[in-house]
Write a new protein. Structure first.
Length: 130
C-alpha cells in the first residue's frame, strides 16, 4: 500500500522536523519546505496528498502560497491546512474560504490532535503496511 504524502511548509526548521517526526511515526511519508518558493519548486516534482502551511512566513506568507497553489489546475483539489500561532479569527473566514483551506491548526499544537485532524482530512492512516 502506498503511503499518504504530506508536505510541511514552515520557516522554522525545528517545527518542520517535529511535525515530520510525529506524522512519520503514524505511517505518513513527509517532506518539508522552508518557505513558499521552496514548496512551489517541490510541487513541480511531486504532489502530496496534503500540505500543512505556516500562515506567518517571511517573503511569501501562507495566504500568498495558497493562492499560487490554487492557480495551478492540477493542484486545485489539493488539501491545504494552515498552521499558525495567529488565531483563526484574525485570519478571517472569508480569506480561508477563498483559498479552500481544509483546516486551521493553532500552534502550539497537541500531537494527538494534529494526527487526528490530518487523518480526518486524508482519510485514515498513513498507508503503513502491516
Amino acid at each position: 500500500m502506498q503511503k499518504t504524502k504530506i508536505m510541511v511548509v514552515d520557516d522554522h526548521p525545528h517545527t518542520c522536523q517535529a511535525v515530520k517526526y510525529i506524522l512519520e511515526n503514524e505511517g505518513f511519508e513527509v517532506t518539508t519546505a522552508g518557505g513558499g518558493h521552496e514548496c512551489l519548486n517541490k510541487l513541480k516534482d511531486e504532489i502530496p496528498n496534503l500540505i500543512i502551511i505556516d500562515y506567518l512566513m517571511p517573503g511569501m506568507d501562507g495566504m500568498k502560497l495558497c493562492k499560487e497553489i490554487r492557480k495551478d489546475k492540477k493542484l486545485q483539489s489539493l488539501h491545504l491546512v494552515f498552521f499558525s500561532v495567529a488565531r483563526q479569527e484574525l485570519v478571517g473566514e472569508e480569506n480561508l474560504r477563498s483559498v479552500h483551506i481544509s483546516d486551521y491548526i493553532t500552534k502550539p499544537f497537541n500531537n494527538e490532535d494534529l494526527v487526528q485532524r490530518v487523518k480526518q482530512i486524508v482519510g485514515g492512516g498513513g498507508g503503513q503496511n502491516g
